[in-house]
Design a protein around this ligand. Structure first.
Ligand SMILES: Cc1cc2nc3c(=O)[nH]c(=O)nc-3n(C[C@H](O)[C@H](O)[C@H](O)COP(=O)(O)OP(=O)(O)OC[C@H]3O[C@@H](n4cnc5c(N)ncnc54)[C@H](O)[C@@H]3O)c2cc1C
Length: 637
């Protein structure tokens, strides 16, 4: 067993004692209501506290009523919030963890209560976010200093063990710190000392109100990756000044939201930005938190052993599996539900929806989605060994049902096996491995290479059948579609079929884009023909731009609004807004979508005691819906 000696060493952050080195970083959950703490929020944090992390950080809490919070945030701008926040700190403490309140302001502010908010910044400088924001007045700056420090006082009164000021990723404080957004000519702009004045006044005022020794963390961007912004060298200077100002811990972020560089996408190597924490650690004595793409406790241990950081920050990995710390301590690495960095949680937050996790159906639904023993053990058949079927079978078996899963292929995984083929999507294979391991451990019987029919199912006399047969590629009705030069994207990804040097991919959705990327990596010349106005229109917002960036870098030609009319042995004829064009190619890859395999369900209707369908065979969606459907149905049976 790999021993994680350093990860489970206690450490002090100021006067605060932490039992290990794992910090649950701030995430926007969207579980608040009317700026108040809810039962859902408390349960979410209680579960992560029970899972063994030493310090949990709340998602950003608003210290001002003048900001424009996202739906579901929480506030700390009035004493009336203290009792609710106290309940949150109580549930975390009851599970043996500590909790810090992350206080921060984002981009917006109203001039007065009830007035409309507008984007504000120290200076009216346009960024990639859009037109120039309104420059803040000195009076507003003083008001914000007061709001932050009142927030710190209320956090202390609500029982938080520490506060964390959000000073990174281009939010309000960061906009003051950075020369790329702060062009003020008064005492809040110009030199580093002046640009830091806003934050230093917040710190000084907070210490006065909440106590000089009240543990204080600052979360800063190690390198802003913004033109004219702070480099790592600048951040080192800033870190030293913050230490002198009495900050007890520095938590290191990378970049800004609007920086033109992937930071958290699955193509970013694990631990890619630890070097920033390492460099900052060289110039300060206070503990430093490293984060970003650290989803593996063994990597976390290595970072600590090599002295690159003092604490390990995890956000998405603890959404995926709140019990990661306890499982890691017990050496149960196979049981850790892996975060695959798919961005589903970030996409939900950005769309203003409550956070959900693609791999963990329980995230944010902990109270409702419990796994209880079945009242009576039933004979359950699960048809299909993709993510939906594997999750359903494992959960049903854990509940005490007698489960058999049938998979027609000789391997489990379904389309997850294809989803992990492009080189940058290797993390997906960890999910397949995890689901398979849990299925085997659950006691469910697994029958590979068995394509079951409605008849064979009926003969088996199951008391419940869960159909999870997935989807098959759509073959468009086009002249020439049966040609020898035509293959489906799935055949390319499985390696069943080869393609020539010049490839035309018909369909530029997620599957088409990924297949094009895969082929370009093999040195093929690839053109994507997409009917819609946008390539990758079905890819989540936090991921799409990274995928497109990869395609552009690989030299893939992308043509939109293309209506394919014919395929010949020389290529593809298409028309755009009435104008015909011919695209020459040696092979044509079809990626025009999948259709649900509904046949088995239809044939079984009325023939078995209880029938359920889950995943892509109901509606072609994603891993998130497949796993959620599997979990939900398995707990109902
Ligand atoms: C190329 C590709 C990339 C993708 N990438 C992503 C991604 O990055 N993120 C994401 O969220 N989603 C992605 N998806 C979608 C995701 O893979 C699917 O939504 C998910 O796999 C659906 O799970 P499922 O269990 O419902 O079906 P499937 O994964 O399709 O599994 C169905 C299983 O049923 C078996 N089966 C069918 N009929 C029978 C029968 N009669 N008897 C026994 N077995 C049978 C099949 O062999 C298959 O193994 C991708 C899909 C593809 C095709």
């Amino acid at each position: 067993m790999t021993e994680l000696k350093n990860l489970f060493q206690p450490i002090k952050v100021g006067k605060l004692e932490l039992k290990n080195r794992i910090v649950f970083l701030a995430v926007m959950t969207g579980y608040g209501d009317d700026d108040m703490v809810t039962e859902r929020l408390k349960t979410f944090y209680a579960e992560r506290a029970r899972g063994g992390a030493a310090l949990l950080t709340t998602g950003i809490i608003m210290p001002s009523s003048l900001g424009r919070p996202m739906p579901g945030m929480t506030g700390i701008y009035h004493d009336r919030f203290i009792p609710g926040l106290r309940q949150l700190t109580d549930v975390v403490h009851a599970q043996g963890a500590k909790i810090a309140a992350q206080i921060g302001l984002q981009y917006y502010r109203a001039k007065e209560e009830g007035a409309p908010t507008e984007e504000v910044a120290p200076s009216a400088v346009a960024t990639r976010r859009g037109p120039p924001p309104r420059a803040l007045t000195s009076e507003e700056i003083h008001q914000m200093v007061d709001e932050f420090s009142e927030g710190a006082r209320r956090a202390r009164d609500a029982g938080f063990d520490a506060i964390e000021f959000h000073c990174g990723i281009g939010y309000m404080i960061n906009r003051f710190l950075s020369p790329c957004t702060n062009k003020r000519t008064d005492e809040y702009g110009g030199s580093l000392e002046n640009r830091m004045r806003f934050l230093l006044e917040i710190i000084e005022s907070s210490k006065r109100k909440a106590g000089a020794d009240y543990p204080l963390i600052c979360r800063i961007s190690g390198d802003e990756f913004m033109e004219g912004g702070h480099t790592l060298e600048d951040s080192k200077k800033l870190a030293s000044i913050l230490e002198k100002a009495g900050v007890h811990c520095l938590s290191i972020q990378a970049g800004w939201h609007e920086c033109p560089r992937p930071l958290v996408h699955m193509s970013v190597p694990r631990g890619a930005f630890v070097y920033m924490a390492e460099e900052i650690k060289r110039v300060v004595d206070v503990p430093v938190v490293a984060a970003y793409r650290i989803n593996d406790p063994i990597l976390a241990e290595e970072i600590l052993t090599q002295g690159k950081a003092d604490l390990i920050g995890m956000a998405r990995p603890l959404i995926a599996d709140p019990e990661l710390p306890n499982k890691a301590r017990e050496g149960r690495f196979d049981d850790i539900r892996p975060c695959i960095a798919c961005g589903h949680c970030l996409d939900s937050a950005i769309e203003g929806n409550p956070t959900a996790c693609a791999v963990n159906a329980r995230a944010g639904r902990e109270a409702e989605y419990t796994i209880e023993p079945a009242k009576r053990s039933k004979k359950v058949f699960v048809i299909g060994g993709g993510p939906a079927g594997m999750e359903a079978a494992a959960v049903a078996a854990k509940r005490g049902h007698e489960v058999t899963l049938f998979e027609k292929m000789d391997r489990l995984g379904g389309n997850l096996l294809l989803a992990s083929v492009p080189s940058y999507k290797w993390e997906v294979s960890n999910l397949t491995k995890y689901l398979e391991t849990q299925l085997r451990k659950s006691g469910a019987k697994v029958k590979l290479g068995e394509e079951v029919s409605a008849k064979s199912i009926e003969e088996g006399k199951p008391e419940a059948v869960i159909v999870a047969t997935g989807a098959t590629p759509i073959i468009p009705d086009l002249p020439g579609v049966a040609g020898k030069n035509i293959v489906s994207a799935l055949e390319v990804l499985t390696g069943e079929k080869d393609v020539g040097q010049r490839v035309i991919v018909v369909g530029g959705g997620m599957v088409g884009c990924e297949t094009a990327d895969f082929l370009a990596e093999k040195g093929k010349e690839v053109t994507i023909l997409e009917m819609l106005e946008r390539v990758g229109a079905d890819i989540g917002r936090t991921t799409r731009w990274v995928v497109l960036r990869r395609l552009r870098k690989a030299g893939i030609r992308m043509e939109t609004k293309m209506n394919v009319v014919e395929i010949t042995d020389k290529g593809v004829r298409a028309s755009r807004e009435g104008a015909a064009e011919f695209f020459e190619g040696d092979s044509v890859v079809l990626a025009v979508g999948l259709k649900p395999n509904k046949e088995l369900t239809q044939k079984l209707e009325g023939k078995v005691a209880a029938l359920y369908s889950i995943g892509d065979c109901v509606e072609v969606q994603r891993i998130a819906q497949a796993i959620e459907g599997g979990f939900r149905i398995a707990r109902e049976i």
